[in-house]
Structure formats: C-alpha cells, structure tokens
Design a protein around this ligand. Sequence first.
Ligand SMILES: Cc1ncc(COP(=O)(O)O)c(C=O)c1O
Length: 439
Amino acid sequence: MNEQGSPQAGTNLDPWYHHYAERAGGLRASEVRALFAVASRPEVVSLAGGMPFVSALPQELVINAMERVMVEQGAVALQYGSGQGVPALREQILEVMALEGIRAHADDVVVTTGSQHALELVSKLFLDPGDVVISEGPSYVTAMVIFKSYQAEIDHVPMDENGLIPEALREHIASLKAAGKRIKFLYTIPSFHNPAGVTLSWERRLEILQIARENDILVLEDNPYGLLYFDQPAPDAMRSVEQDGVVYLGTFSKTLAPGFRVGWALAPHAIREKLVLANEAAVLSPSSFSQLVISEYLSSADWKGQINTFRGVYHERKNALLGALDEYLPELGWTNPNGGFYVWLTLPERLDSKAMLPRAVTELVAYTPGTAFFADGDGHQNMRLSFCYPTPENIRVGIRRLATVIRAELDLLDTFAGTGSLRAAPSGRQFGAPPPNLS
Ligand SMILES: Cc1ncc(COP(=O)(O)O)c(C=O)c1O
C-alpha cells in the first residue's frame, strides 16, 4: 500500500490491479456475499436469496421436451443459431406476453441469456459515463451493478404501497434536468417489485408513461414476476399501452426455470436492431438447445397450469411469512405482496439491518439487508425477506429466529443506551421513510 492506501503493482494480491478499465470499479462483490456463503448451510433458514422453487416443476416435463428436441432436431439444437433467437420461440413468447395485455410482432422480440443479459445489452446501448438511470428506491440489486459498471449514476425515486410515486418522479426529473444531467432511462419493476413486493397501480402506470413521454425518457420495464400473482392479476404491462417508448423485459426464469437462462427483450424497431447486433457481439447466439427445449415445452406441456402450480406454492409461502410476522413481530411494518417472491420489512429506527446480519446468521436465519437495494447507502432500517424457496414450516422457524435476534439487539441497545423498548416504526408513506404496516 502507498500512503494514500492504494496498492502498488507487485505489492497487492492482484498484479493487474492498475490495468483494469475504470468501469470495472463498478463491479464490486456485495459486502454481505461472504455471509451468504455461510447462510447457504442447510441449518440456516435463508430468507435472503431469490431462487425459484424449481422442485415444483415436474422433471418429466423437461426430460420429455429435451428428449423430443434431441430426437427430432438434435443437429439444430446443438448448433449456433440466430442472434435474435429461434423464430418459433419468439412467436410463443408473444402468447406469454399476451397474458399481460401486450400485442407485438415476433420481429421485435430478441431472445437473451436471461433477462439479466437484456439489462446488460440495453445498458451497453444507452449508457455513457455520467448518464443517469432513474429507478425505484429500493431497486433490483444486480440491475444497479450493471448500471454502475457503465459508470451511470442511479437516481432513486421513492415508492409507496402503490409503487413508484408519479409526483416524486416529476420532481426528480425536474431537478436532474436543472442540474444539467442526462437522463437515459427509467428502470422500473412495476409488478411484484424486487425487493419491495409492491405493484404499480394502473392509474400510475398511465401517469408515469405520460411523464416519460413528456420528458423524452425511455422506460425499461422489467417484468420477471408479473404472471406469479396470488389473488388478482397485476394490471397489464406498461408496454401494453406504449410501444415506442418502452423496452420490455421478460424471462422464463420464474415461470419455468432459471437454469435454461432464457429471457427476452421486446423493443421498438430501431432499438431492437441494435439489440440483435449487441447480442451477436456478446454471445453470437443465445443457447439453441435451451430455446428449443422451452419451445417444445410450451407446445406440448400445460405451461399455464404449471404457472398456476407455482402461484399456489408461492402464495402459501407468502401467507406463512406474513402469518409468522404477525405472530412474532407484530410491532414492525411490512409490505403485503400480491405476487412474486418478496416482502420488504421495516425495523425500528434504532436498528441497522446490515450490522445485525452476522448475529442473525449466528442464530441460523439470513435475510438481505435493505442497503443492498439502494445505490446511495440508504435502507439500513429495512430488509428483504424472500419467501420463494424455504418451506412454509422453515419460514416460520426463520421468522421466530429473526424475532429473537431483533429483540436481543434492542435489549442490547437498551442496556447501553438506556432507551425505550421495541416499538412500531413511525408511520410514513414512502419507503425512504418507514412505511406503515401494509399487511
Ligand atoms: C427484477 C429482476 N430482473 C431481472 C432478473 C434476472 O432474471 P433472469 O436473468 O434469470 O431472467 C431478476 C432475477 O431475480 C430480477 O429479480
């Protein structure tokens, strides 16, 4: 290390430290990644990860599809394919999107290696250093990693129980413009938000599209969870009303399985052409094998029935999580998602979810601290609880353990500070401030 604390060549563990491009600085491992390695031990109830419960997908369905693909079109499946994706699958993707009100043409669909790769490609096309991406606060952590790796700034607009707040969006756009910033797009997860669990109302979808139109801002609509609703479907996708100003991202990761790594972008014509070129430059072609297996699955299996099965599983788990919160931590505030995988919990003001995590893992429960979901260090008072993977019984065990940790933490603070006991988070409407109990 030199006096400024930066490593010199030959004195640090990475001899190439000084050779990396500036943008590589945005690629940082999460501070809690090491803890998550511990949290994956079987005795720990992990409410941290967002892994779909793929065991609810009967393996025969996939095996049958794979077998048929290999017998009937093995040579195609094992070969490079089109950079835009298999035409038959792109047609079937139209049927999937139609369930959320989208009418489109297969020419405008680009198949990607998961929607994660679509996020990467869109960022590559649009982001220069210093550009601004507006996103909800909190937002999906690995989208923000990409935006930062393109040296973009992230501006968080607050949400409430109906999603992104249009008035706040207007204010943020005005002040960013006044500061001379270049806003490149609005990144939004309107349905069953990761991590907040809330859904943007229909009225707000229309209003936000109108704001984007007025201000010439592209909307990047990321919708991995839309079909995984519990009681009622989410409002139709924003793309269903606006074609020219929205790039829509979908995926088979949550409605089928993430192991296929197949997602897609639906984009206005000109953007779509560039996306295909960027896709080819990055991967030549998305996996022919995965695409053909999914295409076969969609034509021969009851895929809508399978999505219903997933919905039932996740609904039961959400009820287990909220029931356990009611029982063990009734004083706290949390969101009540009508779909997806996540609940956003608000702690008493004095607690810090990140600082508390090692103690939680020692007590054999893990969660994701709220700070992971803000680019600006906010979120200490929050955590994301994922109900997708553990069984309902384990979810209850996990919340009981979490309650023990929270109470012990408050007792400790009381001992040292002599201040009050566990109390409800003060009411407030936005996630920047503690939200009310929305359950
Ligand atoms: C909001 C959001 N977008 C995108 C992704 C990426 O999904 P995939 O690349 O598996 O399609 C995820 C995964 O959890 C997500 O939660």
